[in-house]
Design a protein around this ligand. Structure first.
Ligand code: HXC
Length: 256
């Protein structure tokens, strides 16, 4: 049987490839469970410093699997708490970059938004077309998209179901970088290696603090950031990082 995801490790970087190319990487339950369960031990592994999530050239992911959902009743969806396993993936603490080539639609766009940043190939197309299926985003899209791009653009996308290209996605703040398609993986991996080369306590703290800006109020966020900042002075990596700067040499972080 085809594996729903392929996991490869390159040093401190873990590359996760969604592996249903014939179905445009539609996110069925198998993919969801594999993303939550198989990546969990890697998330906790101090030797893993960054995840890269990618799809195929044609599609990052064309959404939740419509064929799997089509006949479900309200009771089934509700009792299974359908999609809840995605919350586990979203709450991983290791930095994650989505490398998006081709379509990132519906749940595919929502999966990309669960990552800490999105690098888009110049071929990428983003959208939340659920309205065309008689539903709405169900993997956090109405919330994350609105926080990321603001109400005007979120309403435009979610109410019309239209797609936007990589340039528009970068302009409105959904995407961190637009990269020529043939360079997408190379540049994403280079960035992932940079992030993975830093102390894990610092990168975890950095993303937790940035997320607070979206999830809570300003005063609470600033206090949270300051406390994490203070706490990092208890790590050996902080001592090493600052000593290396003063001594004009490259730091050797140990994740301690
Ligand atoms: C199941 C899908 C799928 C999906 C594509 N496929 N997207 N299967 N779920 N989301 C399947 C097609 O049925 C087809 O299967 C094969 O993949 C290739 O698709 P094509 O349409 O032939 O490919 P192409 O012409 O390249 O068009 C690509 C596409 C289009 C533009 C991405 O497939 C598309 O519009 N897909 C649906 C996008 C969508 O509505 N996403 C939102 C889903 S809902 P066969 O067997 O014919 O080869 C969602 C959130 C749900 O994500 C939340 C509410 C609960």
């Amino acid at each position: 049987m085809e594996q729903p995801i392929i996991i490869e490790r390159q040093g401190r970087v873990v590359i996760v490839t969604l592996n249903r190319p014939a179905a445009r990487n539609a996110l069925n339950s198998e993919v969801m469970v594999a993303m939550a369960n198989e990546l969990a031990p890697l998330d906790r592994d101090p030797g893993v410093g960054c995840f890269v999530i990618r799809g195929s050239e044609k599609a990052f992911a064309a959404g939740a699997d419509i064929k799997e959902m089509a006949d479900k009743s309200f009771s089934q969806m509700y009792n299974e708490d359908f999609f809840a396993a995605w919350d586990r993936f979203a709450s991983f603490r290791t930095p994650k970059i989505a490398a998006v080539s081709g379509y990132a639609l519906g749940g595919g766009c929502e999966l990309a938004m669960m990552c800490d940043m999105i690098f888009a190939a110049d071929t990428a197309m983003f959208g939340q077309p659920e309205i065309k299926l008689g539903v709405i985003p169900g993997m956090g899209g109405s919330q994350r998209l609105t926080k990321l791009v603001g109400k005007a653009k979120a309403m435009d996308l979610i109410l019309t179901g239209r797609m936007m290209d990589a340039q528009e996605a970068e302009r409105c703040g959904l995407v961190a970088r637009v990269i020529p398609a043939e360079k997408l993986i190379e540049e994403t991996l280079k960035t992932a290696e940079t992030i993975a080369g830093y102390g894990k306590a610092a990168t975890t703290a950095a993303r937790e603090a940035v997320d607070r800006a979206l999830e809570g109020g300003l005063r609470e966020g600033i206090l949270f950031e300051r406390r994490l900042f203070h706490a990092l002075f208890a790590t050996a990596d902080q001592k090493e990082g600052m000593a290396a700067f003063v001594e004009k040499r490259a730091p050797a972080f140990k994740g301690e």
